[in-house]
Ligand binder design. Structure first.
Ligand code: ATP
Length: 235
């Protein structure tokens, strides 16, 4: 019996002008899994994610998100960290988190309380009342991540969440992903670092040159990665 899937996409194609940025990608993400999208810069990971979430429409192919053919209709059940980071510099961390939660239907005071708890989980409780402009980029990124999942979405999609984080914060992010998974969330993240995928993922897709080169478990991936992926240096 197949476990149910939260993302089901088949034959996704996206052009920018004449350039085929995504060339026939299939992705199927089992419910409750951690799923990696691995590939070098420019491979098409972000464009694929944006199609899966309904931020842009594919030129060809079909997709379904949380059982819906209209991904935008389920956006409150999804938490998304985009590749472009950015927060209001004049807001405090706790306000940003509550605000982002409120955009997804979470009560403001509940968002504030839960945000403070999550900041503590990742070792950042001392900056809960700090304004974003006074934080390091990595800290602000953690705040943005927490804000994007404070409403406890069923599906969490993180675009290059490890980029720009020092090893301490990378470890905290790994722990947070583990905790979100333990509460039953499905997590998809992109990365160009195999080690992150190896440590966290149940399954992964490797994308290079706009095409899917591999799909399977981490064990299956070992030893059969395309060279350009296997030798991509860490951050
Ligand atoms: P990175 O890690 O560098 O972000 P990626 O795997 O996420 O890489 P994409 O951002 O999906 O890759 O980009 C895939 C290709 O499509 C790249 O060559 C990029 O330059 C091109 N591309 C992406 N968005 C656009 C756009 N809006 N207009 C034109 N070209 C684009």
């Amino acid at each position: 019996v197949l476990a149910s899937t939260v993302i089901e996409a088949s034959g996704l194609v996206k052009y920018f002008g004449d350039f085929r940025a995504v060339d026939g990608i299939d992705i199927s993400v089992p419910q409750g899994s951690v799923y990696g999208i691995l590939g070098p810069n420019g491979a098409g990971k972000t464009t694929t994610i944006r199609m899966l979430l309904g931020i842009i429409d594919p030129d060809e192919g079909t997709r379904s998100l949380l059982g819906s053919a209209n991904p935008r209709s389920v956006s409150d059940r999804v938490g998304y960290l985009p590749e472009e980071r950015g927060l209001y510099p004049g807001m405090k961390a706790c306000e940003v988190i509550a605000f982002m939660g409120a955009l997804r239907g979470l009560d403001w005071s509940a968002g504030r309380k839960r945000g403070a708890e999550m900041m503590e989980q990742v070792g950042l409780s001392r900056v809960v009342d700090e304004k974003i402009r006074k934080m390091s980029k990595g800290m602000a990124q953690m705040v943005q991540l927490i804000g994007s999942i404070v409403h406890r979405p069923e599906l969490i999609v993180l675009d290059e969440p490890f980029s720009g984080l020092d090893p301490v914060n990378q470890g905290r992010l790994e722990a947070l992903i583990g905790e979100e998974r333990a509460r039953g969330a499905t997590i998809v993240f992109s990365t160009h670092v195999m080690a992150h995928a190896e440590r966290l993922c149940d399954r992964l897709a490797i994308i290079a040159g706009a095409k899917r080169r591999f799909e399977g478990t981490v064990d299956e991936a070992r030893g059969q990665l395309p060279l350009e992926v296997r030798y991509t240096p860490g951050d």
